[in-house]
Structure formats: structure tokens, C-alpha cells
Design a protein around this ligand. Structure first.
Ligand code: CAA
Length: 281
């Protein structure tokens, strides 16, 4: 694997671009708008500056890393890639459309992975003529820091594809965990209902947001509290994952809390909109 394609330049996309470029891969990036590409590159640049400040990276190394990132708004930039990681909007129809396009333009042996946090790999793969080469590669936020990648096989994903992705994951310094396809996989099925429950505790007036977070930090040894984590993940993403769990399992225990819904309707999405449960201005 030499050339890695990344679709999407949001929080996850930018992190994935950075990790591959830092490991020496040529990274081809496609986003729909120039402004999204600029935003993605700015995120990577800012993160690398953080490493320079800590004297873990030199200016020269940063220039080299940024030089390995190639961008376009045209999807044909993906043509020569050996692996594509899709980190676009968490919407099944949008993903299927993208995968159908990629299937048409990519080399026969290109593996197409999705960073979906909860959608069915089998359904995404059904939009292609290469379901054996479609796989879930689920990174965690912040991508440069978090060690885990969940590796999810769809019904038709070949063992060969899985082995290649497991090997690549280790090569970029992450730990792969193999997961059967199921709504929310492992981490989000545990983590997101926990955040949803914390929203319920806040809405019930059981404790203040600060105390809920402090309690979980000190009582469960979590690095940040569940409401701060919701802000980090994005409350829209949390809501979308709860909706998938609720719809797929049909179990009321996964009902998104009305306050979570209200926050999203108000565009209070967390860090990315500078306000969620906390203010980031
Ligand atoms: N990008 C790159 N590096 C970052 C970063 C970012 N956005 N944020 C923090 N870091 C780095 C810092 O540079 C620092 O690095 P060093 O220790 O090597 O110097 C390290 O992370 C710790 O950062 P801080 O000391 O500034 O702050 P912290 O101790 O509070 O750690 C944190 C920040 C790593 C984000 C920590 O709070 C944490 O682990 N939070 C939980 C994260 C988590 O649970 N993520 C999973 C979310 S679920 C998900 O992503 C899946 C999904 O599908 C929704």
C-alpha cells in the first residue's frame, strides 16, 4: 500500500489524513468544497504545530508531511489509490452513492474502507461490485491520539481484505480489534448510550453538568466526563448513533433523550460549533 485516499475533511477525516501522512504514505484527499479542503488542511497543520511546539517534530518534517497530502474536489483523485478510507457524512444513501462512484473509477484491487461509526458495512458494500473488498475501519476521536481501530467485516468481506487492513492498522501504530457487524459495533454501543444517559441525568436535575462529568472522571476513571465527551464527539453524531441503535434494535432503552435532540435542533453540537454542553469560545 502506497497511496491512501481519504474522503472527507471533517474531524475524523483530518485525523485520518494526518496519521497516514505522518507514517509516510501519499494521501489523496477529496472533499466536496474547496473550503472543506482548506479546513481539513488547517486542522492537520494546527495539530502538527502542536507537535513542533513539544519538540517532537521539526518544521522540515512538517513540510514533508504536508507535501504528501494531495487534494481535489474531483473524486477522480482516488483513481490510483490502493486503499480508500471514507469518512464522509454519516448517511447511508450518501455513502452508497460514494461507494458506487468509487467502485467504478478505482483499480480492481483497491480496498474501500468506511469509517462509519454505526452503519451496516454489508449495506454500504451492496452499492459496489466488490463487496469482498469493502470493510469497516473505525477510528476514534482524536484520531492521532486514540489507539483503537475497530475492524468490521460485512457479510461478503474476504478474510484477505481483513488481514490486509489489520496489518495496515498495526503499521500505523494503532491496535485493531475485530468486530462482527452489529449496530454501533462495540465502543459506540457502550459509549453513546452512556452519554445519552448523562444527558437524561442532567435533564432530570440530578446533578449539574460539571458534577456529572466530575463524578464520572473520578468515579469511573474516565479521562473526560460524558457530557464533555459528547461535545468532543459532536452531539449530532451522538444523536445519529442513538437513532441507529434505536431503529435497528427496536428497544426503547436506546431512545435518544429529548434534550439531546433539542441541543442538535439548536445547532449546539459541541466543540465544532463552539457550544454544546460547554462553551468553547
Ligand atoms: N488532536 C491531536 N492530539 C490531541 C488532540 C487532538 N484533537 N487533543 C489532545 N491531543 C493530545 C495532546 O497533544 C496530548 O498529547 P501528549 O500527551 O502526547 O502531549 C494528549 O492528547 C493529551 O491531551 P491534553 O493533555 O491536552 O488533554 P487531556 O489529557 O484531557 O486529553 C483527550 C485529551 C486525549 C482527548 C482525552 O480527554 C481523552 O482521551 N478523552 C476521551 C476520548 C474518547 O473517548 N474518544 C472516543 C470518542 S468516541 C469516537 O470517536 C467514536 C465515534 O464513532 C463517535
Amino acid at each position: 500500500m502506497k497511496k491512501i485516499g481519504v474522503l472527507g475533511t471533517g474531524t475524523m477525516g483530518a485525523g485520518i489524513i494526518q496519521v497516514f501522512a505522518q507514517k509516510g504514505y501519499e494521501v489523496c484527499v477529496r472533499a466536496r468544497r474547496d473550503s472543506s479542503i482548506e479546513r481539513g488542511l488547517a486542522t492537520v497543520s494546527k495539530n502538527l504545530d502542536r507537535l513542533i511546539k513539544k519538540e517532537r517534530l521539526t518544521e522540515e518534517q512538517k513540510t514533508e508531511i504536508m507535501g504528501r497530502i494531495h487534494t481535489s474536489t474531483d473524486i477522480s483523485i482516488m483513481k490510483e489509490c490502493d486503499l480508500i478510507v471514507e469518512a464522509a457524512t454519516e448517511n447511508m444513501e450518501a455513502k452508497k452513492e460514494l461507494f458506487a462512484q468509487l467502485d467504478e473509477i478505482c483499480k480492481e484491487d483497491t480496498i474501500i474502507a468506511t469509517n462509519t461509526s454505526s452503519l451496516s458495512i454489508t449495506e454500504i458494500a451492496s452499492a459496489t461490485n466488490r463487496p469482498d473488498k469493502v470493510i469497516g475501519m473505525h477510528f476514534f476521536n482524536p484520531v492521532p491520539v486514540m489507539k483503537l481501530v475497530e475492524i468490521i467485516k460485512g457479510i461478503a468481506t474476504s478474510d484477505e481484505t481483513k488481514e490486509v487492513i489489520v496489518g495496515l492498522t498495526k503499521e500505523i501504530g494503532k491496535t485493531p480489534v475485530e468486530v462482527e457487524e452489529a449496530p454501533g459495533f462495540v465502543v459506540n454501543r457502550v459509549l453513546i448510550p452512556m452519554i445519552n444517559e448523562a444527558v437524561g441525568i442532567l435533564a432530570d436535575g440530578v446533578a449539574t453538568k460539571e458534577d456529572i462529568d466530575e463524578a464520572m472522571k473520578l468515579g469511573a476513571n474516565h479521562p473526560i466526563g460524558p457530557l464533555a465527551l459528547g461535545d468532543l464527539v459532536g452531539l449530532d453524531v451522538c444523536l445519529a448513533i442513538m437513532e441507529v441503535l434505536y431503529n435497528e434494535f427496536g428497544d426503547s432503552k436506546y431512545r435518544p433523550h429529548p434534550l439531546l435532540r433539542k441541543m442538535v435542533r439548536a445547532n449546539l453540537l459541541g466543540r465544532k460549533t463552539k457550544e454544546g454542553f460547554y462553551n468553547y469560545n
